[in-house]
Ligand binder design. Structure first.
Ligand code: FAD
Length: 396
């Protein structure tokens, strides 16, 4: 193999290139990215960068930049598998004999009429700078979506005393973590001054030039000078959608070795995938391909994809048992949230330990009585034990 191309210059693309070099690959590596910045870390965007405690430089990814050819500010538009080329938005073609698909996701935008300015999303450095510069001490911020990013931004802004209201159709924040955790998270935010409108939908935005308010479906009008729409993300899959690969809800499907599967169910040896754009078979997902949109999953898939791409299919290893357990963290006020396992699979939740004063919390998620995940507030070390417990032989 002499020409490896990674499409997507985020965490997965960066780690993959580092992994190739660490594995001793000395051929050409090209990273194609539609961003104008070298790869950086996204978790600080809603936390330290927004708070101003990190500069953009401090959002650098860990480790040295790998020795690669960067093709920056260029979008991949098409994957021609027959000719083994990636076609870019300027018509240029990048040839590969090994390819990584790592184009991640973009923020889901509001699907309806919007004022000309004042409504933001948060996925990259430019989004963060634009949102930050819209907020002053008198800002009235409405966050649409009480998921992780919505809650992190609420916490960051409340620490500065900014007025924040969070709206969601869900009955409690971060609903993937269940009602027990959600109710406690809501109480922590409310104690810090966040106003919630939960179980309520947004009908639309008020204002023409600039946003002035958010109209809820039940008629309530929330005054707003700035709105953040944090309602999930959309896979950046358009460029390979007609390449004959196996797809599931617009992400590419791999086997447990990160090798991409084609539409007829056969592995494609020269194409691997990693990160938020890829699904792979997970033992807590009953072996079905699952897309895990977490930092550690992008890192682990990219590391494995780099090693495996250099090997014949028959020698490729599946995801290691511990790496196959998804982990996630979030920082909100002085609460460090950490989880392990496949939280979406849980059908019941049990509180194992709780100290509202600290605050600390440990909750287990079960499905049909079997442990599938655990969540901790300020009890991060206990999650390591769950990670080991949840590790199962990876599917082959
Ligand atoms: C604000 C924020 C906070 C987060 N906080 C946490 C956290 O606390 N904990 C956690 O576990 N996870 C967190 N995450 C999730 C984590 O950052 C992602 O799981 C991770 O970035 C996925 O990496 P990736 O390389 O797959 O995708 P991305 O980081 O999205 O990188 C994909 C890259 O591909 C580029 N691209 C897209 N389409 C094309 C194309 N057609 N051609 C060329 N380039 C293209 C994109 O512009 C981007 O640069 C957070 C995410 C965000 C946005």
């Amino acid at each position: 193999m002499q020409d490896v191309v990674a499409v997507g210059g985020g965490l997965a693309g960066f780690r993959f290139a580092q992994g190739l070099r660490e594995a001793g690959y000395d051929g050409r590596v090209t990273i194609v990215s539609d961003e104008k910045h070298l790869p950086y870390d996204r978790p600080p965007l809603s936390k330290q960068l927004l708070a101003g405690t990190y500069t953009e430089e401090q959002c650098a990814l860990p480790g040295d930049a790998p020795d690669v050819t960067w093709v920056m500010g260029r979008r991949a538009e098409r994957l021609d598998r027959e000719r083994r080329v990636v076609v870019l938005d300027d018509g240029a073609e990048v040839a590969y004999d090994g390819l990584l698909i790592a184009t991640g996701r973009r923020a889901r935008t509001w699907n309806g009429p919007m004022p000309a300015s004042g409504v933001h999303t948060l996925r990259d450095l430019e989004d963060t700078a634009a949102f930050r510069s819209a907020i002053d001490a008198d800002a009235k911020v409405v966050i649409v979506g009480a998921g992780f990013i919505g809650c992190e931004v609420a916490a960051t802004l409340r620490k500065e005393g900014v007025s924040v209201t969070v709206v969601d159709v869900a009955a409690y924040p971060m609903p993937v973590m269940g009602s027990e955790v959600g109710a406690r998270a809501a109480a922590i935010h409310e104690a810090q001054g966040v106003r919630f409108r939960l179980g309520r939908g947004v009908a639309g935005f008020e204002g023409e030039e600039r946003v002035t308010g958010v109209r809820l479906e039940d008629g309530e009008l929330l005054e707003a000078t700035v709105v953040l729409v944090a309602v999930g993300s959309v896979p950046n899959s358009e460029w390979f959608e007609d390449a004959g690969l196996s797809m599931d809800r617009s992400v590419v499907v791999c086997d447990a070795t990160c090798t991409v599967i084609d539409a007829s169910g056969q592995p494609v040896p020269e194409i691997v995938a990693a990160g938020d754009i890829a699904a792979w078979p997970h033992h807590h997902g009953d072996g079905a391909a699952v897309c895990i949109e977490h930092w550690s999953n992008a890192r682990d898939m990219a590391d494995l994809a780099a090693v495996n791409l250099l090997l014949p299919i028959s020698d490729r290893s599946p995801m290691a048992a511990t790496a196959s357990v998804p982990t996630f963290w979030s920082d909100q006020y002085d609460v460090k949230i950490k989880s392990a396992g496949f939280l979406r699979a849980a059908d019941s939740w049990t509180i194992v330990a709780e100290d509202p004063e600290k605050p600390s919390l440990l909750v287990e998620g079960h499905r049909n009585g079997e442990l599938v995940g655990a969540i901790a507030f300020n009890m991060n070390r206990s999650i390591i034990g769950y990670q080991r417990q949840l590790a199962a032989p990876a599917p082959s």
